[in-house]
Design a protein around this ligand. Structure first.
Ligand code: FES
Length: 126
């Protein structure tokens, strides 16, 4: 895909974020903010038998943070925790299709760090 198509995809996820909202009874949840700008993202999970059966995210952020988190939730849904523990920042950059500038790296990774926090909480409660 060309850079402009990737940018269009980012804007599409920002305009229509997937899995946006909150779960009524999440089994696990986490909340993180970007200290540089104060933007915040929360993630709700429903984990059953070590599989993420449902996921939602909510919060306020820039287009990159919202789009990256929206894309991330799409790949998290339905996967096993063991598999999800392997997700790394490069995977998020691949989803975005463009390498964020140094000042936007934290934006791109806000959703991932929130999800990693939720995974930690999951492990602590196992
Ligand atoms: Fe706040 Fe991007 S400017 S997360």
């Amino acid at each position: 895909m060309s850079d402009s198509l990737y940018r269009e995809q980012i804007l599409e996820h920002w305009r229509t974020p997937q899995n946006f909202g909150k779960l009524v009874h999440p089994t696990h949840e986490a909340f993180e903010n970007n200290p540089l700008c104060g933007d915040e993202i929360g993630i709700h999970l429903n984990v059953n038998n070590h599989v993420v059966g449902d996921i939602r995210f909510y919060g306020v952020g820039c287009a990159i943070s919202m789009a990256a988190t929206s894309m991330l939730t799409e790949i998290i849904l339905g996967k096993k925790i063991e598999e999800l523990k392997k997700i790394k920042k490069e995977d998020v950059f691949n989803l975005l299709g463009v390498m964020p500038s140094p000042s936007r790296v934290k934006c791109a990774l806000l959703g991932l760090s929130t999800f990693k926090k939720a995974l930690q909480i999951f492990e602590q409660t196992e």
